[in-house]
Design a protein around this ligand. Structure first.
Ligand code: HEC
Ligand code: HEC
Length: 414
């Protein structure tokens, strides 16, 4: 589903991005500065710009979500807020004026009317969805719609009600059912709709539109990645910008270019004008600034976790691959599908590794594990107990019940 429609939108862009150039002193700051751009990745203005891009930038992908998929039509006619919340879309209360908050509370604003969804989009309150609302004959009409990174990699804290609250950037949205949302499009064949509808909550197949195969991956967190120098489940890239470009151009269908000669067949997507490249440094800086959410106090047994660490480093042999401060041996070493405990894939799906550039798996950097079940690229382990059990069986570790329980507590603490 690639397209090369030129960007002809002259629509409202909610965020005006200003270019911030920070010059690094070659002597004093060389280590902290990105050599190619001359901009420090830790520069607060760069990070702030990246945050806006992460939350609000569509890279011009309205040409796909509006002109090709015609999502604006289905949203404005059939997607009321209750339906939107049921497919995992989130509402950001910080974007809602007090009167709207009050109206939702007292029921005077209907959550079963698509017009309310359009009103929320006009307020820029639907996480990861950007709408352009035009007044036509005195009525607000959704005329364009696009998506941002936040759609899949942000959620909310539910402080108002389920699905409505303050943004939590970097937290994967495992309530989101991207396939079911895309399948609402009138522009798809029944066969395509069947594939999209098979993905289920929290999963997305970032290869389907290239190879036509069906094996969705769990949406991973975009936090806790500072210092990690191998990205994606299959270690395809060395830095986030590599994958951010892939997703922005080939999955969100924003305007830019993507070339990957390691893929079979080689990938070359050109969708001018380039609205991606100039944003990658800021986007990456923002993601690297997002820390993993620490395990809530009381969510694990601290004494057992201390014992579990000994199992992790010793009898469990976990540290042979999950090594160092980031718990990964990548990029130095990637692992073949025969070494990982998550294959074969469920539902006879094709191996994710076989569909990647490396044909291998990266030892996932372990962070925020308490937060983002299910585990492994395909989600085959729904709990950390299940993770430990599968390693114990598949790797013949012969751990005692006590060792397994302690190891689980340690994983919960990471
Ligand atoms: C439709 C859902 C979706 C959207 C939109 C999306 N992603 Fe992702 N993202 C995924 C999935 C699924 C993966 C796992 C792919 C893989 O590793 O093979 C992923 C992987 C990642 C990773 C890798 C994490 C790691 O552990 O290496 C990062 C970082 C990331 N995305 C950031 C972004 C950014 C930035 C954007 C916007 C340019 C974005 N994503 C848009 C679904 C999405
Ligand atoms: C041979 C190397 C290797 C060993 C040994 C190993 N792992 Fe892994 N681990 C991996 C790889 C590769 C992945 C990614 C697999 C996937 O996503 O399907 C992974 C994924 C995981 C995940 C999922 C993380 C997430 O965010 O989804 C957890 C948890 C984990 N390992 C814990 C452990 C524990 C506990 C042990 C010891 C009992 C262990 N690993 C031993 C290589 C290893």
């Amino acid at each position: 589903m690639q397209h090369s429609t030129a960007d002809r939108s002259s629509r409202r862009r909610p965020i005006v991005l200003t270019t911030v150039i920070v010059f690094c002193s070659a002597v004093a700051l060389a280590a902290a500065c990105n050599q190619t751009t001359g901009i420090s990745p830790d520069d607060p203005a760069l990070i702030a710009r990246g945050k806006d891009i992460f939350r609000f930038d569509t890279f011009g992908d309205e040409t796909f979500w509006t002109d090709t998929l015609r999502m604006h039509e289905v949203i404005r006619s059939a997607v009321d807020p209750t339906t939107a919340l049921s497919v995992g879309l989130k509402v950001d209360t910080d974007s809602l004026p007090p009167a709207v908050v009050q109206g939702i509370k007292n029921g005077s604003i209907s959550l079963t009317s698509p017009a309310t969804t359009v009103a929320l989009l006009k307020l820029n309150a639907v996480v990861g969805v950007m709408g352009t609302v035009t007044t036509i004959n005195g009525k607000d009409v959704l005329t364009r719609v696009g998506i941002t990174c936040a759609l899949c990699h942000s959620t909310v804290d539910n402080s108002f009600s389920a699905g409505i609250g303050k943004r939590l950037d970097g937290w994967p949205n495992h309530d989101l059912n991207p396939g079911a949302i895309i399948a609402l499009s009138s522009a798809l064949t029944p066969a395509q709709k069947a594939v999209y509808n098979s993905w289920r909550k929290g999963k997305y197949d970032a290869r389907y539109n290239f190879d036509g195969l069906n094996g969705p991956s769990v949406i991973p967190p975009a936090y806790g990645l500072k210092g990690v120098t191998s990205v994606t489940y299959t270690g395809d890239g060395g830095e986030l910008a590599y994958w951010n470009r892939y997703v922005a151009v080939t999955q969100m269908h924003g305007h830019g270019s993507w070339v990957e000669t390691r893929a079979t067949p080689p990938e070359n997507v050109q969708n001018p004008p380039d609205m991606v490249t100039s944003k990658l440094a800021a986007l990456q800086a923002y993601q690297l600034s997002i820390q993993s959410p620490p395990a809530p106090i009381g969510s694990f047994d601290a004494a057992a976790a201390v014992r579990g660490r000994v199992v992790f480093d010793g009898a469990g042999k976990c540290a042979t691959c999950h090594a160092g401060t980031h718990f990964t041996d990548a990029p130095g070493r990637l692992h073949s599908p025969t070494e990982v405990v998550s294959e074969p894939e469920p539902n006879n799906a094709p191996s994710l590794a076989s569909r990647s550039a490396t044909k291998m798996y990266r030892s996932t950097p372990l962070r925020g594990l308490w937060q983002h079940a299910p585990y492994f690229h395909n989600g085959v382990a729904t709990t950390l107990d299940a993770v430990v059990e599968v390693y114990n069986t598949r790797k013949a570790l012969n751990l005692t019940a006590q060792q397994k329980a302690d190891l689980v507590q340690y994983l919960k603490s990471l």
